[in-house]
Write a protein that binds this ligand. Sequence first.
Ligand SMILES: Cc1cc2nc3c(=O)[nH]c(=O)nc-3n(C[C@H](O)[C@H](O)[C@H](O)COP(=O)(O)OP(=O)(O)OC[C@H]3O[C@@H](n4cnc5c(N)ncnc54)[C@H](O)[C@@H]3O)c2cc1C
Length: 506
Amino acid sequence: MSSQPEPRNKSVTVVGAGLGGLSAAVSLKAEGFDVTIVEKNEKIGGKLNFLEIDGFGFDLGPSIFTLPQFFQSLWERAGKRMEDYVGLVPVSPHWRNFFEDGMVLDLYEDPAEMKAELDKLPGDLETHWKQFQEFLSYGREQYHLIDEGYFAKGLDTVWEMIRHYGFFRMAFKMDHRQSMSESIASRIDDPYLRMIFEYFIKYVGSSAHDAPGYMNLMPIIQFDYGLWYVEGGMYNLARGLGKLLDDLEIPVQFGHEVVSIDRSGKGVSGVTLDNGEKLTSDYVVCNMEVIPAYRKLLDEPEAFLDKLKKYKPACSGLVIHLGTDRIYDQLAHHNFFYSKNQSKHFDSVFQQGKLPEDPTIYLVAPTRTDPTKAPEGHDNIKILPHIPPIDPENPHTHEEYMALKERVIDKLERMGLTDLRKHTVVEDTLTPVDIERMYNSNGGSVYGVVSDWDLNQAFKAPKQSSKYKNLFFTGGSVNPGGGMPMAILCGQKVADRVVKQEGKSS
Ligand SMILES: Cc1cc2nc3c(=O)[nH]c(=O)nc-3n(C[C@H](O)[C@H](O)[C@H](O)COP(=O)(O)OP(=O)(O)OC[C@H]3O[C@@H](n4cnc5c(N)ncnc54)[C@H](O)[C@@H]3O)c2cc1C
């Protein structure tokens, strides 16, 4: 939008100012639509959220920034440069991995540093390095395949995939015959590396046993495109997007929840807010997740909701933020403390719906890159074990969540964070119940819809409603799914679909 876009005299209401909603709003404005956003909370960003307590700055949601190209394309679409709004800082090492037997292994983008690190593993270095590189080559092939169709064209269904890729490439090039774990095991011998590569599934909150092999594209997003921190704190991404909204004159109405999407014939005519106000528009783009939106905003019958059951929520999380009065020097910016039995962890969370006995734990210590996030001499620690989303028929109690928290702290103390409890001076914990309440996510899901081959072939819901032609969805519950870069890409692809729909209706 270097010059003003041609106005279309068509209006869009965007329900929710999460990343998917913001991206759709910016992209549609750049296409000449009149856009208004309605957000129930008092600030933009959705799960990209922050909390300050006594000089500790906690990122309540995302802490890893990847795939900057999908963010840059949003700014470009609006005729702006991302670097004028948001600064990115590379993080190195990418991840530090801690195992119960004392092994510690870092992941580096730089091949020489990475190879040197593999020398810590038992066995022959050259064999590990060869397998590591060959695994990344295979992951890269999968990444480019998924990128040129599913990502770039915004594909939404198996049929669109077959039409784009053709039968041969779908059947023989895309790795879906094996699960992610099976494909790792057939290429990597070392048990530590197997667990690390499996846990890349963290980026979409699913199980490496249930996700298809092509999800092994995930290491590529950080080995080839880098792992970043947002300068000044992750929430500065939301602030940058807020400035972009201001520059594009996109209004946001804060503090009002949309309580219904209003029907009109075969389409929708706008939304009603919790204060009774009605906003009419030609299109509605909903950043509330698909299943809660159909249930609560459209009051669809159970028979219709049953068809959406395959879009089961991805995992939730117990999100523990601690401020400590000492620094744990052994931590890098991003750390993983592995379960003794990762298969059991995946099975508990994704098959049995149980709180894991011994979870793999993700832990962030942002002061390694940004010392302003804690007072001097203190540490800022965010701990995130993945846990099942809320099962409405058999919900976990608060006491059960708190018992898991104690198990997690015990594990971290056992694995080297000595006296973590004793050194904690500030604390804040979010359970799935909080996450659901704060963002209206399905069962407190952290990443939208689960990627499970048997259940949904790793597809999320389509971006355009199957029932209402001018209703679209954006964000983690629709393709390409959860995680910040995917939500940002999604909004851009929603705009493409709305533009296409306009072409059909005019
Ligand atoms: C603890 C945690 C850690 C994470 N870590 C990472 C990470 O490291 N890297 C990464 O890339 N991603 C991470 N994610 C995932 C990432 O945050 C999400 O995938 C992404 O931000 C979701 O964007 P979204 O568009 O789906 O919208 P959401 O963030 O879900 O926002 C939806 C918005 O809509 C609003 N809304 C909902 N219903 C209504 C209504 N009826 N009326 C008005 N407003 C409404 C909500 O208030 C919210 O603001 C993490 C998430 C969490 C929670």
